[in-house]
Design a protein around this ligand. Sequence first.
Ligand code: NAP
Length: 213
Amino acid sequence: MNILIAGANGTTGKQIIGELSKNPQMNVFGMIRKEEQAQTIKELGGHPVLADLEGNVDKAVDNMEAIIFAAGSGPKTGPDKTTAVDKNGAIKLVDAAKKKGIERFIMLSSVGTDDPEQAQEGMRHYLEAKHDADEHLKASGLTYTIVRPVALTNEQAIGKIFAEAKVDHANKSIPRADVASVLAQSITAENTFNKTFEIFSGTSPIKEALNNI
Ligand SMILES: NC(=O)c1ccc[n+]([C@@H]2O[C@H](COP(=O)([O-])OP(=O)(O)OC[C@H]3O[C@@H](n4cnc5c(N)ncnc54)[C@H](OP(=O)(O)O)[C@@H]3O)[C@@H](O)[C@H]2O)c1
């Protein structure tokens, strides 16, 4: 299966590429913004694809069969970039997938995205952007999975999670490595198709948790 990762050079994106490249049935393509990031993607076992979510992404999705959106403008840029990348970039990629008949789309979202009004002011614009992207994906007709993790850490993978439509996420976290596994496994885990769920580090092996959502 040809699968494109948007945000491939990111902290989570690189782990998704590494995880998927171990699977001989997956042909992994990493969307990067800069030529000099290509070597990293190759070393992880992926094929670099040069594209910017603020530009045209139609060519990047050519021949793909599934897409994982793990990009984000990050906290160091302003609200304009949050709108441009986290919202409009995601929406653009969903529309490009639809145009090319790519049916499978997995979104790395966030807890709090279901109800941005409840968020602290500093998070509200980001969560609204993610909310709008998630809603666009849900309405697109693509076979979606929307994964909403709690705060991400760079700890080693635990391999065990808690996954529910809605979780109590106060003081919870999850390693990016486990989020990468959830996103990678969701591609083919039919029980996650057309579902939105929240995750944090828990007690169920990831495969089992995804089978029981
Ligand atoms: N941090 C948390 O606690 C948390 C919690 C829940 C959900 N999330 C979600 O998880 C996502 C991934 O987190 P992370 O820590 O892995 O992020 P990250 O390391 O900042 O990676 C984000 C990636 O997006 C890429 N990107 C930014 N703008 C782009 C554009 N215009 N076109 C193409 N690619 C672009 C960046 O490219 P460059 O490498 O070129 O900069 C980077 O590789 C976040 O964006 C957020 O939505 C985060």
